[in-house]
Design a protein around this ligand. Structure first.
Ligand SMILES: NC(=O)c1ccc[n+]([C@@H]2O[C@H](COP(=O)([O-])OP(=O)(O)OC[C@H]3O[C@@H](n4cnc5c(N)ncnc54)[C@H](O)[C@@H]3O)[C@@H](O)[C@H]2O)c1
Length: 427
């Protein structure tokens, strides 16, 4: 199939590359000229394992191309994926301005039948809005709307896209359904065909549920700390029950990233608009916020005053295997440390460039883990990068042997044996 993907970010680029990888002819369109020029020169704007190789291969094989022209994108394909950003407004409501801009562009420029697929995460009933908007600007050309939410995880986006748990297709015509099944014919996964509203809801309901699981583990971790239990044993014991499952039951410094915080806020807003006060999800947000403050309290408990203390922060990205800093818990935690007069040196395997764009010279950036720890009062672990799990702690150059582990990557007893004062989450 010929496919155009508009918006070449984490999702759009992965979608475009993977759709080419499974045999489609894909044109990726973005308004960001530098990004498109870079991509054409083989420079990948994001860190995502496996993405660079597949981008290059499909570009060289002419299965994949890049453009800044939306007109070219509309003329190129009958199936047009919208993958632009839908950030949260300060009220929590999703900002759909970019989606509207693209939809109006498509409506004005399309002259033949198009299937317009929403890959961006949008509130329920956005499909209806897209339909009305297109009709407002184009009264003659036939088209269909599809909701095809994306469930990939940054850090394993390529593998998630090619091996998904399911593909959700919200359609309202047989023609659109057949076309979408053809697009995905080479991906072996259950294909859930629904109405458009259900598909839109599946995405927000899923992400909110996953956020809820994390907050549940974090709430439990607080109880574990009070009674001397270990959250790692508790969640392990729970997770073996397939009705509960092991995934997303990790206690830590809270969830972040470009999806959970904004999707949760958007779902609370959507529910309010429907007349339902989703108190449960508000509590999920609150637990997540509290978790970061509780981590700061934990640091204070061990090092006492923060003013003038030096911290080696290991991990800046919101999760491992990504350079994405959007809503990373590290930002809030570093901000709290700095506000109290602490001095921070950070190391992250890939997110330093993006972190610098946000934190500037408020902190120092180390080239290696060991460098970050030179003369520090304590190590603070904020992202569970695999590299950190393999640290030989004997090599650290700390002033005082303190490790405060916001991701529970170490065994407390082993750290104690090695002479460290060690504090994890919920243990
Ligand atoms: N990042 C994730 O892990 C993830 C996972 C699932 C779903 N989603 C959803 O996918 C959508 C995209 O997220 P993302 O993280 O890829 O965003 P992103 O910010 O990384 O990328 C968005 C891209 O859209 C481009 N863009 C914006 N307006 C445009 C326009 N008018 N014309 C052409 N290009 C335009 C931007 O230049 C940017 O490159 C969001 O709705 C998000 O919620 C994200």
């Amino acid at each position: 199939m010929k496919i155009t993907v508009i918006g070449v970010g984490y999702v759009g680029l992965t979608t475009g590359v993977c759709l080419a990888e499974i045999g489609n002819d894909v044109l990726c369109v973005d308004k960001d000229k530098i990004k498109i020029v870079d991509l054409k020169q083989g420079k990948i704007p994001i860190y995502e394992p496996g993405l660079a190789d597949k981008t290059l291969k499909n570009y060289q094989n002419k299965k994949l191309n890049f453009s800044t022209s939306i007109k070219e994108g509309i003329d190129f394909a009958d199936v047009i994926f919208i993958a632009v950003g839908t950030p949260a407004k300060y009220t929590g409501e999703a900002d759909l301005t970019s989606v509207e801009t693209v939809v109006v562009d498509i409506a004005k420029k399309m002259t033949t039948y198009k299937i317009i697929v929403s890959k961006s995460t949008v509130p329920v009933e956005t499909g209806k809005k897209i339909q009305e908007t297109i009709r407002l600007y184009n009264r003659t050309t036939d088209f269909d709307i599809v909701s095809n939410p994306e469930f990939l995880r940054e850090g394993s986006a390529v593998s998630d896209f090619l091996n998904p748990y399911r593909i959700v297709l919200g359609v309202n015509s047989q023609k659109a359904k057949d076309a979408m099944l053809e697009v995905y014919q080479n991906i072996d996964a259950p294909k859930i065909i629904t109405d458009i509203e259900s598909a839109e809801l599946i995405k927000h309901a899923s992400n909110s549920f996953l956020a809820l699981k994390i907050s549940y583990a974090n709430a439990l971790s607080r109880i574990c700390e009070k009674v001397g239990a270990d959250i790692e044993f508790v969640t392990q014991g729970m997770g073996y029950d397939s009705r509960i499952g092991k995934d997303f039951l990790n206690a830590g410094v809270g969830f972040g990233g470009s999806c959970f915080p904004k999707d949760l806020a958007a779902f609370i807003d959507i529910s309010n608009n429907c007349g339902y006060n989703f108190q449960l999800l508000k509590e999920v947000q609150k637990i997540n916020d509290d978790q970061k403050q509780s981590f700061i309290d934990k640091i204070k408990e061990i090092v006492w005053n923060l003013k003038g203390k030096k911290f080696a922060v290991l991990g800046l990205s919101f999760k491992p295997n990504t350079d994405d800093m959007r809503e990373a818990p590290s930002l809030d935690i570093i901000d709290s440390l700095l506000k109290e007069g602490a001095i921070v040196t950070a190391f992250d395997p890939v997110a330093t460039k993006n972190a610098k764009a946000i934190l500037g010279d408020a902190i120092t950036y180390a080239e290696t883990i060991v460098d970050a720890t030179k003369g520090a009062d304590a190590v603070i672990i904020l992202t569970e990068w695999a590299d950190f799990k393999n640290i030989d702690v004997a090599n650290l150059k700390l002033k005082t042997p303190i490790i405060i582990d916001g991701r529970n990557i170490f065994d407390p007893l082993e750290m104690k044996k090695k002479g460290y004062i060690y504090k994890g989450i919920g243990r």
